[in-house]
Design a protein around this ligand. Sequence first.
Ligand code: AIR
Ligand code: ASP
Length: 267
Amino acid sequence: MDFLKPRYTPMNRRRRIYEGKAKVLYEGPEPGTLIQHFKDDATAFNAKKHEVIDGKGVLNNRISEFVFQNLNDIGVPTHFIRRLNMREQLIREVEIIPLEVVVRNVAAGSLAQKLGIEEGTQLPRSIIEFYYKNDALNDPMVSEEHVTAFGWASPQEIDDIMALAIRVNDFLSGLFLGVGIRLVDFKMETGRLWENDTVRIVVADEISPDSCRLWDIKSNDKLDKDRFRRDMGGLVEAYSEVARRLGILPESEVPNGRGPVLVTSKD
Ligand code: AIR
Ligand code: ASP
């Protein structure tokens, strides 16, 4: 009765490895792989604010796929292998370094607040910050001293992480500038990937409008999760706009887009 057996493991029987606020990780089809599933949940302020926003997971899966595939293509190592379906991607299993690496080009969010700098002020140069990934402690900002003293990463690994962060920032800034979007800041995560006897640091997690601040160059409209954090509404429309500009979503799929256009022959 082999023909009755499913050729894949149905989702409810796959082993769940980890559930986060916006994603779930399942065991992958081969050793060393995982499946990263994007949920529609949006949280902010350490999950004190929570909502389910239909369509967010699908958009983040596509946008993050696009970014990670491009990073792989230009030689920036990531955990990404390929997208599997609307909500899932196949990734390499890595040991996540418990740091949120934030790169800022323009003052906004917690930096603007903490240092009393007006949001939108161009920073003298890009700034990299580390936050210790720990919900119970509210992800406190930490220095390189803390990172090495507590053994979260070695000095060499910090150098590698900073080099990756700069390359990702350069790539993303250019990518978004090309479609009329200013990359204000973003958060990335990294992990250790073992290959035979060697270990290297790769970009992990996701890069999407959930983890970046993206402002329209002309209007300064926010096209990112601040729409949710600040109760502005229109989150799915904003993420769709990002996807459309990157060429991921065809024009016809844009909500509130133009109606059908009459095609007339030129000759
Ligand atoms: N970020 C930080 N923790 C979770 C996320 N998504 C991202 C924000 C913003 C950047 O890191 O989305 O793009 C800086 O956030 P903040 O709040 O420190 O200004
Ligand atoms: N997603 C995180 C939280 O739930 C942080 C954020 O993006 O604001 O707190």
